[in-house]
Design a protein around this ligand. Structure first.
Ligand SMILES: Cc1cc2nc3c(=O)[nH]c(=O)nc-3n(C[C@H](O)[C@H](O)[C@H](O)COP(=O)(O)OP(=O)(O)OC[C@H]3O[C@@H](n4cnc5c(N)ncnc54)[C@H](O)[C@@H]3O)c2cc1C
Length: 384
């Protein structure tokens, strides 16, 4: 085999790129990343760009906070402006039960250093003036969070990884993983094999199929989600937070002179087909009229659909395959269930450490896929 790599990262989304960057920056030589299309074309460049750390699972708070810090330093560390708007992340809460669940999660969030504020209805509308107070019982605001531009993050990590010597191949599909006597020996691609003993699976919504080639079971399923960008919204407050209605998951944030809006499909559509379904716009219209009525006449410009990479408990799968039948040195970082963009900086750092057999900055042992056969599911409730 003429081609060789010390580590092959599968998938050129934000998670794979962050991993390749952190590996190369740490001095690992001969890092190769394989992307079958173009960098970020899977889910990463279709993301809404929301960044936050307000989760119910303490590990997610840690991953989110460390990533927020990395996004704050991104321009300095990687020389690329990712257009980070720290306008806050505001949940609109419309039941006492949901408010109690937010209140229950707050002590853990605060103990880890995340400021969260419970708001009255009046304070909620003052924070996000497009919102109708009808039916709300209040809001919960994380002031440090906000949104940034996925394409810039992808470009920044790609440039950084290359600068430190990683080789990123686009238009090169992985077609198999060779395992001999329990040891990874090569990654097969449509342009020939690459000899290696270490693989990182970061193929997002397609991870179950890719991992199966190495005999590893990663329960990840693709779920379609839409977003749309409105025409100009006159008088739009530049400080508008990333605003999301907890019960419906209708959300919006400022995007140029208009807003980026998202809403789950009426019924979950489990598919790898990321094409838009125009009927979604009717549902979006209803949500807009109900929760942000002043936008009812605002036109929609472009929009698109993409895939969430769902795990059974809506929590990430991060670790190294272990146990009987597992190949050696098959690592994975996937199943982020719609919050992989905001976690990518910390996850790349953590996975790079696991590859190098160093202690990672955050202990993610509990996110191993083994939890489904040992400790049990670890549900994350603040997934939208
Ligand atoms: C509409 C929408 C809005 C979202 N909004 C947010 C948000 O606001 N905040 C947030 O944190 N997250 C958000 N997400 C989720 C986020 O986009 C994902 O969690 C994140 O991009 C996952 O990154 P990834 O690198 O794991 O996967 P991907 O970006 O999907 O990268 C995986 C890559 O693997 C490649 N690949 C697959 N199979 C192969 C193969 N055989 N060979 C080679 N390459 C292969 C794919 O082409 C793909 O590029 C959103 C997602 C969608 C769809």
């Amino acid at each position: 085999m003429s081609e060789h790599a010390s580590v092959v990262v599968l998938g050129g989304g934000v998670v794979g790129l962050s991993t390749a960057y952190h590996l190369a920056r740490a001095g690992v030589e001969d890092v190769v990343l394989l992307e079958r299309g173009s960098l970020g074309e899977g889910s990463s460049c279709r993301a809404a760009g929301g960044v936050r750390a307000m989760f119910t699972d303490a590990l997610n708070v840690e991953l989110g906070l460390r990533s927020l810090e990395a996004y704050e330093r991104f321009a300095t560390d990687l020389g690329v402006d990712v257009d980070l708007h720290r306008v806050g992340y505001l949940f609109l809460v419309d039941s006492d039960e949901a408010m109690a669940a937010f209140a229950a999660a707050a002590p853990v969030q605060r103990s880890l250093g995340l400021e969260v504020r419970e708001l009255s209805v009046a304070e909620t509308v003052a924070a996000s003036p497009l919102v109708s107070p009808d039916g709300l019982v209040g809001g919960v605001l994380s002031p440090r969070a906000g949104h940034c531009t996925p394409e810039s993050v992808v470009a920044g990590y790609a440039a950084g990884a290359r600068r430190h010597g990683a080789r990123l191949h686009t238009g090169r599909a992985v077609t198999g993983v060779d395992v001999v006597d329990g040891v990874v020996t090569a990654v097969r691609t449509d342009a020939g094999p690459i000899a290696t003993d270490t693989v990182v699976c970061a193929t997002g919504a397609w991870s179950a199929r890719v991992a199966a080639w190495a005999g590893v079971d990663l329960p990840v399923a693709a779920l379609r989600r839409h977003v749309a960008i409105t025409d100009e919204v006159p008088g739009l407050d530049p400080a508008t937070p990333f605003t999301i209605e907890h019960s419906s998951s209708y959300y919006f944030h400022r995007e140029g002179a208009g807003l980026l809006m998202g809403l789950p499909d009426r019924a979950d559509v489990w598919t790898e087909d990321p094409r838009r379904d125009e009927s979604w716009l009717e549902d979006l219209g209803e949500a807009v009229e109900r929760r942000t009525p002043s936008l009812a006449e605002t036109g929609i410009g472009i929009g698109w659909a993409g895939l969430y990479e769902m795990s059974p408990d809506h929590n990430a799968l991060i670790g190294e395959a272990t146990g009987p039948g597992a190949p050696s040195r098959f690592l994975y970082a996937t199943g982020f269930s719609g919050h992989g963009f905001l976690m990518a900086p910390a996850v790349g750092e953590v996975v790079a450490a696991l590859v190098m057999r160093r202690t990672p900055p955050i202990d993610v042992a509990a996110l191993s896929v083994d939890r489904f056969t040992t400790a049990g599911a670890r549900p994350e409730l603040h997934v939208v």
